[in-house]
Design a protein around this ligand. Sequence first.
Ligand SMILES: C[S@@+](CC[C@H](N)C(=O)[O-])C[C@H]1O[C@@H](n2cnc3c(N)ncnc32)[C@H](O)[C@@H]1O
Length: 239
Amino acid sequence: MADEGPRGWGAPLYARVLEAAQVGTGTSVLDIGCGSGVFARAAADRGALVSGVDSDPSAVAAAAAAVPEGTFRVGDAHDPPAGPFDVVAAVQLLAHVTNPLVVLRGAARVGGVVAVTAWGREQECDVRLFGDALARWLPPRPQPGGPPPITEPARLRRLVELAGLRVDSFDEVPCPFDYPDEDALVGPLLASGMGRHAANRAGPGAVREAVLRRLAGNRTPEGGYRLHNLFRVLVARPV
Ligand SMILES: C[S@@+](CC[C@H](N)C(=O)[O-])C[C@H]1O[C@@H](n2cnc3c(N)ncnc32)[C@H](O)[C@@H]1O
């Protein structure tokens, strides 16, 4: 969600979704897995009539506060409200749901346009460097098995097609994560589950040192840090 990265990181992603789905004044948008409403806010700022659902009640409360003119409720993206909506957006949702195909079929049933986003492949996203830095203090990563992840563009496209949608556009969107200084880089990591786990084993000082060493190549001339990440935006219509 918006807290996947530093404040404002998602602006280019949201702008691409809104442009590709042609969201403007009066467009009805259902935001499934709306989180704290940052994308919904961007849609409403373009004049869209926004509704949102999320399974997390605290996210729904935050979205309602961020977009007072919208309508938000606790709900399951596998079973969206009937609509119909001009656009259904699943922004950074599909990797989190039990069955992405069912979610996409539901979106295709109630939306004239369906827009989805996903992280790029691991090697396309510098955020993997946090995990690299802490790997020695973390449990071994499970061996990949089963189908390829949603981050694999061919799988995302295939899921969308299997849901009865025809792909209109499939774009790559760079979204750098910018941190003004070392504290801004390390602080949120130490507060995360992964950072807490590592710090419990090695201590926060060792974690900080490991992260700064691993991300030395991402340091900017101003003393901040820039992590280059790629996301994908797919826009499709029911066949
Ligand atoms: C990574 S966050 C993305 C939030 C938001 N779309 C954004 O881009 O900032 C994923 C969100 O999906 C919600 N979520 C996960 N499974 C869901 C489901 N089955 N139905 C509705 N929301 C779900 C989570 O509660 C969380 O808010």
